[in-house]
Ligand binder design. Structure first.
Ligand code: SME
Length: 168
C-alpha cells in the first residue's frame, strides 16, 4: 500500500509536481468519489508541511457539506457566500487568506488555524462539485507557489472525478 510521506518543500514547484504525480497514481483506476476524496486528503495532509486541516466540502445543491478530511472535527454545513469556503464556492475563485482573523466572516473550526487556502472544484459541465480546503496554524503559510500547486493537485482530483463520471 502506498504510504504518504512528508515531502521536502524547499523547492515548492518541484514538490507539488511530485505530489501531483503521487496523487495521479493514487486515484488512478478508482471511480468512487468518496474513496478518492479520502485518499487525496490523507496524501496531502501528510505530505504538506505546516498544515492542521485538509479536506473537502461538497455542494449538495443547496449548501456545502463536509466531506472526507484529515484534522480536527469540522463544521458540517456552510452556506454559499459564508466564510472562506462559502466565498470560494460562490465566487468560484481560489481564496488565499494570509490571516483568517482578518477575514470577515471566517468560520473558525479549529482555533489553531491562522491561514487558509480554498480551491473551488468545478466540473467540466460548469456545475459546482465543492471546495478543497487546507488550513495552517501559521500566518501567511500559503504563497503563489502554493496557489499554483493546489490548483495543479485539484486538477488531478477533478480529472479522476470526470473519468469516473460520478456525481457528488
Ligand atoms: N475556515 C473555513 C471553515 C472550514 S474549516 O476551516 C475546516 C471557512 O471559513 O470557510
Amino acid at each position: 500500500m502506498f504510504q504518504a510521506e512528508p515531502l521536502d518543500f524547499t523547492d515548492k514547484p518541484a514538490a507539488y509536481a511530485e505530489l501531483a504525480t503521487q496523487a495521479r497514481g493514487l486515484l488512478h483506476g478508482e471511480r468512487n468519489l468518496i474513496a478518492n476524496a479520502a485518499n487525496f486528503a490523507a496524501l496531502l495532509y501528510h505530505a504538506l508541511p505546516m498544515v492542521n486541516w485538509a479536506g473537502f466540502y461538497f455542494f449538495d445543491g443547496d449548501e456545502l457539506v463536509v466531506g472526507p478530511f484529515q484534522g480536527q472535527t469540522a463544521c458540517v454545513r456552510i452556506a454559499l457566500g459564508r466564510g472562506v469556503c462559502g466565498t470560494a464556492a460562490q465566487t468560484r475563485q481560489i481564496q488565499v487568506v494570509e490571516d483568517v482573523n482578518a477575514f470577515a466572516g471566517h468560520i473558525a473550526c479549529d482555533a489553531a488555524s491562522q491561514s487558509e487556502i480554498v480551491v473551488p472544484l468545478v466540473r467540466a459541465d460548469g456545475s459546482l462539485l465543492g471546495v478543497w480546503d487546507v488550513d495552517s496554524p501559521h500566518v501567511n503559510r500559503f504563497d503563489d507557489a502554493d496557489r499554483a500547486g493546489m490548483e495543479q493537485l485539484c486538477a488531478v482530483f477533478m480529472d479522476a472525478v470526470e473519468a469516473a463520471g460520478v456525481a457528488a
